[in-house]
Design a protein around this ligand. Structure first.
Ligand SMILES: [Zn+2]
Length: 402
């Protein structure tokens, strides 16, 4: 008898602790992603992930540590939006502490965003790059909304900080969906009325070339072709074009015949053999033709300026200039005058303004004295200036009657 008591007690203890463990597990918020989660095991969107997920120096393990990648205190770890009714926090998803943010990191992060915010975000692909990689599009808010905005980045390879900015902006709006607001309108109301289509990396092959050189290219003929286009150099960091050596932002049908630049394929300034000759420019042009966008933003780097003019008629000139002034007021960036824009041609924004008669902006992040690729030390300032741009433009579409 005396020997049985401790054994029974021990058994009871074990059962109680097991029950407690199960109970704890079952009340864990489903939304929480543990920092040990191997993002490689998460289900992917309908996008082919690269084979070298989170490779290179881009610090993916560090990004799993909560609070490790937020240089800007004003955006420090906002709680999950109130509509979840949970005080649990999701770890920061987008790493903004390293200059290199790869295609594979982006694909992995898109999977994380989709899992954590499934009812507020839809993910699809607009098409494939030259090497067959999907070009993802993320739709924030209500896809059935009566108004739509398109925001894209990294059309120019070395300007890949624009991808980090866009991804961070998506994460920020999702986290604060039910409680963040712009001028009194809660984000959820803003994005239920105006859907935002984000294409964070229009030119994935070019970005990989600029970030990693040719090591990731499996086709040896393509590899030697790009080295040749680069004048025999192995350093591709300043590459702007796609992997065919075509400058995508000169490849759209807007006064394309008048576009100058260089005559042969290379790192930059070659407009291509004809408008939309490239799979990336064709994909975004086709996507734009399929959707009735009310406004577009093309993120580029560098200069801290906004291009908005492309030979608008008088009515559209006034409307577009007013919206551009709002964007300039928010970001502190300067507007490029029509006179200085008079030789602009072949760009996405030029083509959008010309064909759809709606406002289109090219926003150049980074100070004029910086060099591309931008160093990550510029990110906190860029983030502060651009955190609210899309909410502001959506709010503008809601409040300004046409
Ligand atoms: Zn650019």
């Amino acid at each position: 008898m005396t020997r049985k008591k401790p054994v029974i007690l021990l058994l009871l203890l074990i059962i109680a602790s097991c029950l407690g463990y199960i109970g704890l597990q079952s009340i864990s918020p489903a939304i929480e992603v543990s920092s040990q989660t191997d993002t490689g095991n998460l289900p992917k969107p309908d996008i082919t992930a690269g084979s070298q997920a989170r490779n290179g120096t881009a610090g993916s393990p560090a990004s799993g540590i909560p609070g490790s990648n937020r240089p800007n205190p004003s955006s420090a770890r906002p709680e999950v939006s109130g509509d979840t009714g949970s005080s649990a926090e999701i770890r920061n998803i987008i790493n903004t502490s390293e200059s290199i943010y790869t295609y594979d990191e982006m694909i992995s992060d898109i999977g994380d965003l989709e899992i954590n915010f499934p009812d507020k975000l839809k993910v699809s692909s607009i098409g494939k790059s030259v090497t067959g990689r999907d070009i993802p599009v993320l739709i924030l808010g209500n896809p059935e909304a009566s108004k739509n905005i398109l925001v894209h980045g990294s059309m120019h390879a070395r300007e890949y900080m624009t991808t980090q900015l866009i991804m961070k902006q998506i994460e920020y709006y999702l986290r604060n969906y039910g409680k963040g607001s712009y001028e009194g309108i809660v984000f959820s109301d803003v994005f239920e009325t105006v859907a935002v289509y984000y294409i964070p990396m229009v030119n994935p092959d070019g970005v990989s070339l600029s970030q990693q050189g040719t090591g990731w290219i499996t086709d040896s003929a393509l590899k030697s072709k790009v080295v040749s286009m680069n004048g025999g150099k192995q350093d591709f960091s300043e590459w702007k074009a796609n992997i065919n050596g075509v400058d995508l932002n000169l490849n759209f049908n807007a006064r394309w015949q008048d576009t100058g630049g260089v005559q042969t394929a290379g790192p930059m300034n070659y407009k291509g053999p004809k408008p939309e000759s490239e799979p990336e420019s064709r994909a975004i042009a086709d996507f734009t033709r399929k959707h009735d966008f009310d406004l577009t933003v093309s993120y580029h780097a560098k200069g801290s300026v906004i291009f908005w003019y492309f030979f608008q008629d008088r009515t559209h000139y006034r409307r577009d200039k007013l919206a551009a002034e709002k964007l300039a007021g928010l970001t502190g960036y300067s507007l490029v005058s029509p006179w200085k824009s008079r030789n602009s041609s072949g760009g996405y924004k030029d083509w959008f303004v010309q064909d759809f008669k709606k406002p289109g902006f090219t926003v150049e992040i980074g100070p004029p004295e910086s060099t591309c690729p931008l160093d990550i030390s510029y990110f906190p300032d860029i983030w502060e200036k651009n955190r609210m741009t899309t909410a502001m433009l959506a709010h503008y579409l809601i409040t300004v009657a046409e």
